[in-house]
Design a protein around this ligand. Sequence first.
Ligand code: ZN
Ligand code: ZN
Length: 376
Amino acid sequence: MRMKAAVMHTPRQPLVIEDVELDAPHAGEVLVKMVASGVCHSDVHNYTGDLPVPPPPIVLGHEGGGIVQEVGPGVTRLKPGDKVVMTFLPSCGRCRWCHTGQPNLCDLGAGISTGKMLDGTNRMRRADGTPLNSWSFISTYAEYSVAPEASLVKVPEWTPLEKACLFGCGFTTGYGAVTNAIRMKPGETITIVGCGGLGLAAIQGAAASDAGKIIAVDVHEEKLEMAKKMGATHAVRNRHKVDEAVKEIMDITWGLGTDYSGDFVGFDQCNETIDLAFKAVRKGGTMLLVGVAPLMQQTMPVNPALMTLFQKTIKGLLFGSAQFQVDIPRYIDLMHAGKIDMDSMVTHEYKLTDINTCFANLLAGNKVARQVIRFP
Ligand SMILES: [Zn+2]
Ligand SMILES: [Zn+2]
């Protein structure tokens, strides 16, 4: 079939909305008509070339929601008409990791860097026949997506996908980091470094865990305002002077530091944000690495002696340690009950033709929590 998709041909050049040929679903795959797609910062890292895999030409977009149109051979869990949330990592349900409650570590996930589908082939082509790479097997910046059944979570038909699409990556990564991976006790404290889509979701997770102090840190005043709205009890402006920000955190916590901290930024700023998060966590505390550092970076600014002497733990986390088939329906119930605030998370809605504006807003850093593309 033919559809419109946003194609990235060259890093840092505007994405082009063009006609793309989409093959029918292969075995284990599903054709989804897109309803909404979140615009996650990881796409911008691919766009800028900081995340060089998969290579262009590619259709980006890796958190979405839509309606099943057609299922390929062997698909048993879904049927046409089902509403689904599309996740950036698939889970096969059969591997060691899936069997031990860690579908976020499923062996299938490694394939996302190839740009191919799980069987090693492409589903999308340009009008001239050039194959187009997919992103996270789901490529949501298009009118339709052929996606693995393993990447889809069936949700109730009343689910507002223009909000729930964020459960496919960003929200779950942040909220899950706090509620799945560390399970804060009431009254415990946390420093959240970075108040974008991940950090704001983590703040909601900390608030839901009855955290005593939730200290939000960001370079932008606008983001700190959003953080307070999500439940942050304190806001610390990072003026690119780590020690000043850490001193403020120490003043707030009677000189202890917080029980937990997390870097929710990653990438080019990670040396500063990791340094800050490591210094902010108390003796015996746990620091979370949630934002992804550049793939080729081999070191981080952590003093190993202090890590030993202060007995600090650093914990890497992928996709909020979520069990998506269970957690995403749970988040939908929490959203429905008003206990997760997705209205404030989605600050802007756009059309697919506005995708370059969305990227420019993310690069500006201060303008948005999460942007969502809605399809007619
Ligand atoms: Zn993402
Ligand atoms: Zn698996």
